[in-house]
Ligand binder design. Structure first.
Ligand code: ADP
Ligand code: MG
Length: 334
């Protein structure tokens, strides 16, 4: 494992939490690599192992097995050097809500060894860059959620890292703040040549923002590539049918299962999804079969595969379903 052209390399990472009967295998051999200067996403439902992976890469946790290098440096052999080369923005806010934006940034810079003057200059640059300058002298606790996320990211950039880890940077933000953050994050790679590894459980976010991604499910990488590659690997179209209720969906499922053109069918609540080679060509026979089975449709759409379809193919269940089930599991655990 020593490709010098890789900003991040993770090989067979294994991590278990808890003991005996309550053991959780959070990572079960996670392998991926990231080329420099891109936004790379770890996409997965809640509990997939995304934060665990990022914490290992950021030297905050150690794996039981496997190896990882960040900017060419082994995280276990030289964690102090890795820490100087990276910025890490955790899922939970890291700023002090009582301090002003400026104070938070300057303090963070000084913790990384910058002089007061250097820290103030760098803080000024970052406040401008993230459009936070007008609010700089107000306590960060009074800022909007979007501004607070930008402050956390700016803090992670104070010491000019080469690799930036963002753990669920847009979770909980409204769509407008999310889009603004996407623009800021892609600017970091395009203008500054930074490598950004972010985690997300939003399919759309990985699709829009990431040049490359891995889909993580239950501690394993189930798919890797660019969003387009992953979607193109799934030949054919997806036909989505909206049904009145689950009973109708079950009846539609049986009707679709009998059609030669349909290669895969699954239902999620009252929505049925069928994979076919050519959506337009298959649709008439599908509608006829539904009519014969006395199934009423509320909606029909034909689409090229989405990342959701990619996930479904590799993980065997829909992304929304996985996110729901694991959210319930996490609640029970805590
Ligand atoms: P994600 O970030 O993808 O939601 P995590 O990496 O946080 O997933 O968690 C992966 C799995 O490890 C989950 O099942 C979670 O409950 C478990 N886990 C994470 N941290 C701990 C911990 N400190 N103690 C016990 N279990 C943990
Ligand atoms: Mg997480």
């Amino acid at each position: 494992m020593s490709a010098p052209d890789r900003a991040i390399e993770a090989v067979d990472l294994v991590k278990t939490y808890g003991r005996a009967a309550r053991k959780v295998r959070a990572l079960d051999g996670v392998t991926f690599s990231v080329r420099p200067g891109i936004v790379f996403a770890l996409l997965g439902p809640n509990g997939a192992g995304k934060s665990t992976t990022v914490r290992i890469l950021a030297t905050l946790s150690s794996p039981e097995a496997g190896q990882a290098r960040v900017a060419g440096v082994d995280v276990r052999r030289d964690p102090a050097r890795v820490r100087r080369l990276i910025g890490y923005v955790s899922q939970k806010p890291a700023f002090d809500p009582v301090g002003t934006g400026l104070e938070n940034l300057v303090l963070h810079g000084r913790l990384h060894g910058a002089s007061a003057a250097t820290a103030r200059r760098r803080a000024g640059e970052l406040l401008d860059r993230f459009d936070l300058a007008p609010a700089a002298r107000r306590p960060a606790g009074t800022w909007s959620g979007g501004m607070q996320r930008k402050l956390d990211i700016a803090m992670g950039l104070m010491h000019r890292p080469r690799v930036l880890f963002l753990d669920e940077p847009t979770t909980g933000l409204d769509p407008e703040a999310r889009r603004e953050l996407w623009t800021q994050i892609s600017g970091l790679t395009r203008q500054d040549g930074l490598t950004v590894l972010l985690t997300t459980h939003y399919l759309e976010e990985a699709d829009q923002l990431a040049a490359e991604l891995v889909i993580v499910d239950a501690g394993r990488v189930v798919a890797a590539g660019s969003p387009d590659q992953l979607k193109n690997d799934l030949a054919g179209d997806t036909v989505r049918l909206g049904l009145a209720d689950r009973t109708q969906a079950a009846r539609a499922h049986r009707a679709m299962g009998g059609l030669p053109a349909v290669t895969e069918v699954d239902t999620d609540g009252a929505v049925l999804r069928a994979r076919v080679a050519d959506g337009a060509a298959a649709l008439p026979a599908m509608l006829a079969a539904l009519h014969t089975a006395a199934v009423e449709l509320t909606a029909v759409s034909v689409a090229r595969p989405s990342l959701d379809d990619v996930y479904l193919r590799h993980a065997g269940r829909s992304f929304a379903d996985a996110d729901r089930t694991s959210a319930v599991r996490e609640e029970v655990r805590s």
